[in-house]
Structures are given as C-alpha cells and as structure tokens.
Design a protein around this ligand. Structure first.
Ligand code: ZN
Length: 266
C-alpha cells in the first residue's frame, strides 16, 4: 500500500501521489500562482479559487485536509453526506470533526444524494423541499450550515441548474462558466490538473488522500475497514459488554426482545 502506483507502460512513478505532501504542494502552488480563496457567497472573478470537499468516505480525513488548508490560509467548504450507510455525521466523533472544521474557519454543509430519493428528475419543488429538510436536520447540530449544497454523483439534470432555496455548487457560475477540476476516482493520477488563472472551483474528496500513497481501491477499502471497526467497537461497548448492556430491561424470564438481540442470541 505504501508503494507509489506505477505507470505500467512507462515503468515510471506516477507524477501525482495521493499524499498529504502532494496535496499541500498543489494548493501552495495555486496560492503562489496568485489565486485567492473565495466562497460560494460571491460571484467568482479571475484569480478566485473556491475549494470544496465532498466527504464520501472519511470525516477523519476531512479533518486532516482541513488542517492543511487552514495552515495555508485557505477557507473551504466541507459537504457531509447525511444519507450514507458508512458514517453518521451525528455520531459524536464525527460531530467533533465538523465542529473543529468550523472552528478552523471552514464552512460545512450538506452533500445531497438525489439517488436516495429519485431515479429521475422529480422537479424543482420536490428537490428543494427534500434538500431543505436535510439542511434543517444538519442545522440542528451545526449552526449556520453553508447556503451551498453539493450533489453526490450528480445526475445530468442537476448540472448547471439553479434553485431558489439554496446555492448549488453545480450552478453555471461555479461549474460551466469557470474552470472546474476534481480528484474524483483519483483521476489526477497521470497528471495534475491544468489551471489557467481564471475563476476556479477545486473539488477534492478527503478520503482519497493519506500520509502514504494508495490507489483508489485501497482508499475505499481503508475507509470501509476504519468505519467497520468503529461500528464493531460501538456495538461491543454499547450492546455486548455486561457493563453497558441495557440490563435493567433484562429481567429474568421477561427479557425484552431488544436485550436478547443485544446479547447476540443468548
Ligand atoms: Zn459524493
């Protein structure tokens, strides 16, 4: 996992490694080139750089990336996926991550998956209602969520579309009308993205990066193993060990169904 992936045809080490070192240098270079960090509140002009993160895999790595950027003086926006089965943004360790990002000066918001609700375009009203509901839930734990929302694996019908009740990171002014570069599926592996000095949106997925280089598949595996381990420890602590079982409901002969399940069949 620590060996840099190689370009098999040329036998050379790939020019881009998905490491925090490379990540930091990449953003350092953008700043050296004259880019200034911007947000979704304002229209982007030449030299404006809006930095966005879709947190699909790893809140822990969002924190790593947030620290790197804060040290560089970059304020970015982290979008969390409420509807994913891999991590729960409201689980305490993840809430801490989100609060820390806010304390560093970053914005946080909702990464919205249309796929969880619809197979095709349900129309503005349905989208706006559902997005508003997720933003409201997110806002119960994290004050002032970003007015911007990013769509997870955006279907064609949300691209370059504007909504009344929220800002979309795929509106023309942040997407079609500017330079837009993203690290999805580690697609920068063969070459770093070219930027031309015009308004720029950069999307990164924190879960794809790490201290050592690793392939996309390895990162997914790594993040999954991390979360599975957390689930296992949680279940052990809260449901399995006697000290924490809901023993008060487990009276002899009248054991509740929940307690039985918690004891793994006993
Ligand atoms: Zn996503």
């Amino acid at each position: 996992m620590t060996t840099p992936p190689r370009d098999e045809a040329a036998g050379r080490v790939s020019p881009v490694t998905y490491t925090y070192d490379w990540y930091e240098r990449f953003f350092e270079r953008l700043l050296d080139d004259g880019y200034t960090p911007a947000s979704y509140d304002e229209p982007l002009g030449d030299g404006d750089l809006v930095v966005r993160h879709d947190v699909d895999l790893s809140p822990a790595k969002a924190l790593d990336v947030g620290r790197i950027e804060a040290d560089l003086g970059i304020r970015s926006t982290f979008f969390f996926l409420l509807t994913n089965p891999l991590y729960n943004p409201f689980h305490r360790p993840n809430r801490r991550v989100i609060h820390e990002l806010v304390e560093m000066g970053h914005d946080v918001g909702v990464h919205f998956s249309t796929h969880q609700y619809w197979g095709e375009d349900p129309g503005d009203e349905a989208i706006e209602t559902r997005v508003a509901a997720e933003r409201e839930v997110f806002g119960t734990a994290f004050t002032d969520p970003s007015p911007a929302v990013s769509f997870h694996r955006p279907p064609e019908w949300v691209l370059s579309r504007e909504f009344d009740r929220f800002i979309s990171t795929y509106e023309r002014r942040f997407f079609a009308d500017v330079q837009y570069v993203g690290d999805s599926s580690q697609r920068w592996r063969d070459a770093p993205p070219d930027v031309d000095g015009g308004p720029l949106q950069v999307l990164t997925h924190p879960g794809l990066w790490g201290t050592e280089d690793a392939t996309f598949e390895e990162r997914v595996e790594e993040a999954t193993a991390y979360q599975f381990d957390r689930v296992e420890r949680f279940v052990e602590d809260e449901f399995v060990h006697d000290r924490n079982t809901i023993g008060e409901y487990d009276h002899r002969g009248t054991a509740s169904r929940g307690a039985d399940e918690g004891r793994n069949g006993r």
